[in-house]
Design a protein around this ligand. Structure first.
Ligand code: NAP
Length: 297
């Protein structure tokens, strides 16, 4: 089945199986069937690396993971940021707009903050009122297909000893950060060449006394990331694990003097990692710590 590489492909049509959910393409070309969808080659004609002539019936075989992941620009890409109305998510929205993306922010208050968010970001954005603890189908109906999803929702957690933790409160936090993310992705409409970026936190890796709830949630998010990187491929799934991000009270700023970086992070610095992961076509299933080394000391 190995054939010579074709040079001029524009204008031709190929039979190509789009890698859709539930039909995970094998990286081995031979395993991909070829009759499901006709794709205009204009879309992939700039990506000759993944294209091969089958040689016998005129069909061209495509390695979708390779071909579709090679366009790493965010220009005109549809980027949904759930939890993008403040903090890290807002900084991701700003950077994604600057990179030319079409940004949509979804959160409980996003729609009512439309004007405020647009002026903070300095670009036109779409907003959608959405509670991540609710069924996500209506959100996806409004938003449609997207290229990249970033999730940066933060649950309310009152730190305290495990023995005194209110079970219902812990469950609520899980519903927001973990199950909310889980359901959102399960019903998600993400293009096969796109990516998902989750947010955990170094409290998933380093144990901070009295923060068991956040520790468990972040660890679960990290496991979800690795599982989905395998199951949803060629969609890439990665996560950013922030350390201590501004604003923080003075005692935390003081604590940060002990970190290798000797300070806390700005939301911008964490957002850089999201943009990097969106654009990195060969990174999947990875956790990127942005903590100035805080987890090491
Ligand atoms: N900041 C840090 O130091 C730090 C450190 C480690 C990890 N993290 C993680 O990074 C993520 C972002 O944190 P952040 O500090 O940027 O938080 P933040 O500024 O409080 O922003 C949280 C975002 O989540 C949204 N949100 C909360 N509950 C929601 C719900 N039920 N449905 C939909 N959206 C919801 C909020 O919007 P609405 O209120 O409008 O819904 C807001 O846009 C969190 O997962 C957090 O655990 C943060």
């Amino acid at each position: 089945m190995k054939g010579k590489r074709r040079k001029k492909l524009t204008g031709e049509k190929i039979f190509y199986t789009a890698p859709v959910r539930g039909e995970i393409p094998s990286p081995n070309f031979h395993a991909i069937s070829v009759s499901k969808k006709v794709v205009d080659l204009a879309m992939v004609s700039t990506l000759p690396m993944g294209l091969h002539n089958s040689g016998d019936n005129g069909l061209i075989w495509v390695n979708p993971f390779q071909a579709l992941n090679m366009d790493n620009s965010l220009q005109n890409k549809k980027i949904l940021i759930v939890g993008g109305s403040s903090g890290i998510g807002l900084a991701v929205a700003q950077k994604a707009c600057k990179a030319g993306g079409k940004v949509m922010i979804a959160s409980r208050s996003a729609a009512e903050k439309q004007q405020e968010l647009t002026s903070l970001i300095g670009h036109e954005i779409e907003t959608c009122s959405f509670d991540v603890t609710a069924e996500p189908e209506s959100l996806w109906q409004i938003i449609g297909d997207i290229d990249h999803l970033a999730v940066a929702t933060r649950p309310e957690i009152i730190p305290g000893p495990f023995a005194e933790t209110d079970f219902k409160e812990a469950q609520k936090a899980f519903n927001t950060k973990f199950w909310g993310t889980y359901r959102l992705i399960q019903k998600g409409r993400i293009n096969p060449y796109g990516s998902i970026i989750l947010t955990s936190g170094i409290a998933g890796e380093k144990i901070f006394r009295n923060h068991s709830t956040m520790c468990i949630i972040n660890s679960a998010i990290e496991a979800l990331c690795r599982s989905l990187a395998v199951e949803l491929a060629p969609i890439r799934v990665n996560l950013v694990s922030p350390g201590f991000v501004a604003p923080k009270p003075p005692e935390v700023e003081e604590l940060a003097q002990n970190f290798p970086a000797k300070r806390i992070a700005s939301p911008d610095e964490v957002a850089d990692a999201f943009i990097y992961l969106m654009k990195s076509a060969y990174i999947t299933g990875t956790s990127l710590a942005v903590d100035g080394g805080a987890r090491l000391v």
